[in-house]
Design a protein around this ligand. Structure first.
Ligand SMILES: C[S@@+](CC[C@H](N)C(=O)[O-])C[C@H]1O[C@@H](n2cnc3c(N)ncnc32)[C@H](O)[C@@H]1O
Length: 258
């Protein structure tokens, strides 16, 4: 609760400890009681505060979007390494952008990236667009609505495709505990085996990657073998499994053959 108090009232922890003469007026007290009851009910802190830090940016978040996770920063770093290697104007696609986290974190780090960010959810896209304005990245990131590649022109090809799709299987008990209870189910689960969105994204990459282009996708801790097989089945090459900071297999990347 101290963290919430500190962030909500924008007071340093030292002020909370040293200024025990401070008190809340009746209105502020009512507001604080509302906040406490939301947190006691299990609502994630990011939804209560309405914001979440990700990579080097801060994003607005609301119950219509997934709260960006630290492990997803791995996808940003994979994309940034590829852009640095290419060292030229780079077209990037972020499929299922949610709050805009991946697309905006990439654009924030390099002026070389021109990003298209898609989502099926209009609620998510509205928040992502708001974030692009607040971060002054709206000239570098464009948005499109639709199911995966259907949001794009068929001829549109990219140097880098990145995606963190819903990959939790429909019967996974984690969906009914913790923060996940409050997040949109369409951002978490494919309502099937967990692999169906990954399969669509990987199998469509050939059409939307430039020759030699890179795709990287996030997946569940036990899905890397299946994702590698999906990439092999699509004839992608240079396939790598990437570990997150906790040492879990968290992403797989592959390339379209030159
Ligand atoms: C796991 S969330 C990732 C959000 C964000 N990229 C991040 O990492 O924080 C998956 C996103 O995919 C979107 N999504 C789900 N099904 C989709 C589909 N068929 N086409 C496009 N986006 C979809 C969801 O709305 C959600 O925003």
């Amino acid at each position: 609760m101290a963290y919430l108090l500190e962030k909500h009232y924008q007071l340093p922890r030292s002020a909370l400890l040293s200024r025990d003469d401070m008190s809340l007026n009746e209105l502020a007290l009512q507001e604080w009681e509302g906040i406490v009851s939301r947190r006691v009910g299990g609502e994630p802190i990011a939804y209560i505060l309405g914001k979440k830090g990700f990579h080097n940016i801060e994003l607005l978040v609301a119950p219509g979007v997934l709260i960006p996770r630290p492990e997803t920063e791995l996808l940003v770093d994979i994309a940034l390494a590829e852009i640095a290697k290419l060292n030229k104007y780079t077209k990037v696609l972020d499929l299922g952008t949610g709050s805009g986290a991946i697309a905006l974190a990439i654009a924030n780090e390099t002026p070389l990236a021109s990003v298209i960010a898609t989502d099926q959810s209009s609620e998510a896209l509205a928040i992502a667009k708001q974030n692009s304005q607040l971060l002054n990245l709206h000239n570098q990131v464009a948005f499109a609505q639709g199911s995966w590649y259907e949001a794009l022109d068929q001829q549109n090809q990219f140097d880098v495709i990145i995606s963190n799709p819903p990959y939790i299987a429909n019967q996974d008990p984690h969906l009914t505990i913790g923060d996940l209870r409050f997040e949109p189910s369409s951002a978490l689960t494919d309502h099937a085996s967990g692999l169906s969105c990954l399969e669509i994204i990987i199998s469509g990459a050939d059409m939307h990657l430039k020759s030699g282009g890179l795709i990287a996708v996030e997946h569940g801790f036990d899905q890397s073998e299946a994702v590698v097989k999906l990439m092999q089945a699509t004839d992608l090459t240079d396939i790598h499994v990437h570990l997150d900071l906790a040492g879990h297999c968290r992403a797989v990347s592959g390339r379209k053959r030159p």
